[in-house]
Write a new protein. Sequence first.
Length: 151
Amino acid sequence: MLKVTWDNDAGRGRLTKTPAGYVPCVDDRERLETLLMRAIFTDRIAPTDEAQGAERSGYWADSYPMRDDDPPLGSWVWLLDRAVPDEATRQRALATITDAWRYLIPAGYLSAYAIDARWDTRGGTRWLVINASVTTPARVTYSVGPWSIRA
């Protein structure tokens, strides 16, 4: 798995690259963080009533599930840039991330997680800052984040 590094100033993740090429994840923590970021920041297709115009976004591979019961990947975090940065939006973000991580416990990646989100202002821009504590089935707990999303 290639390592993803989150850029809080840009509010986006990038594949980690050096002059020698892309960097793989070297340990369980890096693999888990990359998996968590993929779940949050892959665009899940928007419900019809949430779509503005024809744009519903969504991960292309969800059109071709391997099994009929495969849940769509990703989250609706990308829809939050259309929302007012208030408590209701913060709560919606928490619910969205919880939904995006719903498969990680039955799939055996996590045994528990707790998510926190708070508003921050930097340079006149509102940011939603996400942190989490995740526990693996081996009872190893990691603090992950912060991941900042521009509001």
